[in-house]
Structures are given as C-alpha cells and as structure tokens.
Write a protein that binds this ligand. Structure first.
Ligand code: 47J
Length: 329
C-alpha cells in the first residue's frame, strides 16, 4: 500500500507548505503543515477558543462517529520560532493521500499562540519526526507515519517541495522520476526526534566542495536554510549588496542582484541550490530589497535544512533504514 498527497506553498514566499488531511467519519478535511521537525499531529478544533479559531477550518470530534477521547491525555508544544499550542487528545481515522490510519492520536488545541491564530491558511501541523519527540502525556503517541509505516509497501516517505508550484509527499514508495540526479543516502539520527544528518562539505557558486562538514536536520516545517555564521558569511561575501538588517533580523540584498548557488555534499552526491531559490522575497510588498533564504542558525544552536534547501531536492525519509536520501531536482 502507498499514499500520495499534493502539497502547495502557502504564499508567494513559500513560507510553508499546505497539505489536506481527512480526519474522522464523515471526513473533515483540514489543511495542515507537514513538519519533519516535530512529532505531534495537532489541529484547531471545536475546543479552540472561538476568537482564536476565527478564519480557521476546525475539527469537531463530536461530529465524527469514529472519534474517541483519549482519557487523561494532554499535550503542549513550543517550536523553534517560539510559536506554541496545547490541548487534549482524541483518536480518530486520519487519511493522508488516500492512505488511512484507523486510530491516530489527533491532538485538539485548547490554546494556540498568536502566530497560529494569524496563520489562517493552516489548521495545525502533522508531525513527521520520530515518535520520541511527541509531547502527549502521560503516554507519548505515535505519528501518523509511524502508525502507517508497517502497512506501507516500504517504511519511508519522500518530500518533493517546489517553488511556487504544487509538490508532493509520497508514502511507501520513491518516484525517482521526480529527480534529475541519483539519490545519495546518509545515516539519519532520530534520537532528538528530528531527522538529523551530516553534510560532508559545501561550496558557493559552483566551486569545488570543501570538507567542512555541516550537521543539521532536514525540516519541512522551517522556511529557511539556517547554517553557521562562517558558512553564511562565506556565501554573502559573494553578494555585493548584502547587509545585515536589524529590523528584518537577517541578511538582505538588492532584489536585482544575481545570487550565486549554494551546494552541499551528502551521501556521496552534491545538492546545488540555485541562487534564485535563495532570493526569497522582498522585505515588504514592492520593495527592491530582498530577504535571503540562507540565514544564520547561531541563535538556534542547530543547523536547519529547511524548505529553501529541500526545494532543490527529492528527499527520502527512510525510517526502515534510519537514513536520509537526497537527489538533485
Ligand atoms: C510551527 C513551526 C514548525 C517549525 C519547524 N519544526 N517551526 C520553526 N515552527
């Protein structure tokens, strides 16, 4: 068995990717942010304060004949961008891309932070990280993918995110036609709940890869490519108008600049992010100053290969072999 779901950029800056998920009986379809950097499936619901839920599609367990309250369970999560949510837990049927898990923990939000209230294009997150990262107490719950894995043709999924186009999350199979190059595999470290891996080196503008390894996580729920300052500086030293903008909290440059590519080595292959993908968006509508897709990870303490990097590749999240595969697109 397999599953295949389309995923779409939420806005002109590819800030996040939206994938529709069916929950309950009859199906309630909610747009969720699939996040390999976390391990909770949580939704705006009939239990979310009306003022917070305004504008969001919500899940009503009382309207689902297959919903069951998970007695005594609660959850609470805070993300790297300081957004947060919390609530109680139901189990229900959850279908993604035509593949159903009959009893999935669906975490219902009784509290959501302002960033989520304002982000009306999504109704929650579907975590695709390792189960160890799940926040439900007193007993941690499995992710949708973890519940599905043993029934899928192969215990893996792929992410094919695209710039301003429809991409896909495929479950149980690898569609190699989505890639131009070979798949390079490297061990994945799931001990912290993330898909951790090490890139063997990097280069700017098509130069030969150096041997400065970069350890980080493959995170579909983070917009940017966030790396150490020495890497960020090595890149923007090649961008004449680049400067750090305090108000934007990041490096900006003239939108008219032709940006160099950024490449990293992984699993014996090289992934090259074209400069065009690193010119993310004007700092505000109509501005000729643009915000960089590559920014510093210094304040976070972990390197994050977010959507800017993932858009350049077909990425295989192989739970069965605890490895990550990267192929140039
Ligand atoms: C809501 C959300 C998810 C993520 C990535 N794991 N971030 C940084 N924020």
């Amino acid at each position: 068995q397999t599953g295949s779901a389309n995923t779409n950029p939420s806005d002109s800056a590819d800030d996040e990717y939206i994938t529709n998920v069916s929950i309950g009986t009859p199906a309630q379809v909610l747009p969720l942010d699939f996040d390999t950097g976390s391990s909770d499936l949580w939704v705006f619901s009939s239990e979310t304060p009306k003022s917070s839920a305004s504008g969001h599609v919500t899940y009503s367990p009382s309207k689902s004949s297959t919903a069951k309250k998970l007695s005594g369970a609660s959850w609470s999560i805070t993300y790297g961008d300081h957004s947060s949510s919390s609530g109680d837990v139901y189990t229900d049927k959850v279908t993604v891309g035509g593949f159903s898990v009959s009893s999935q923990a669906v975490e219902s939000a009784t509290k959501v932070s302002t960033q989520f209230v304002q982000d009306t294009v999504i109704s929650g997150l579907l975590g695709l990280g390792f189960d160890v990262g799940n926040t439900v107490k007193p007993r941690a719950q499995k992710t949708w993918f973890s519940n599905a894995a043993n029934s899928l043709a192969q215990p893996l999924f792929t992410a094919d995110l695209k710039h301003q186009q429809t991409g896909s999350y495929n479950f149980g199979f690898i569609d190699t036609t989505l890639a131009k190059g070979p798949i390079g595999y490297t061990p994945a470290d799931g001990s912290e709940g993330y898909w951790g891996f090490t890139a063997t080196g990097y280069s700017v503008g098509g130069a030969k890869l150096n041997r400065n390894s970069i350890t980080g996580i493959a995170d579909t729920g983070t917009t940017l490519l966030l790396l150490d300052d020495d890497v960020v500086n090595a890149y923007y030293n090649n961008v004449e108008s680049a400067q750090y903008d305090d108000s934007q909290q990041g490096v900006v440059f003239d939108c008219s600049e032709d940006l160099p590519s950024f490449s990293f080595g992984v699993g014996g292959t090289t992934i090259t992010i074209p400069g065009s993908l690193i010119n993310l968006t004007p700092v505000s509508d109509g501005s000729s100053t643009c915000f960089g897709g590559l920014q510093s990870s210094a304040d976070i303490g972990i390197n994050i290969f977010g959507d800017v990097a993932l858009k350049a590749a077909l990425v295989v999240f192989d739970l069965g072999n605890e490895r990550l595969g990267w192929a140039q697109k």
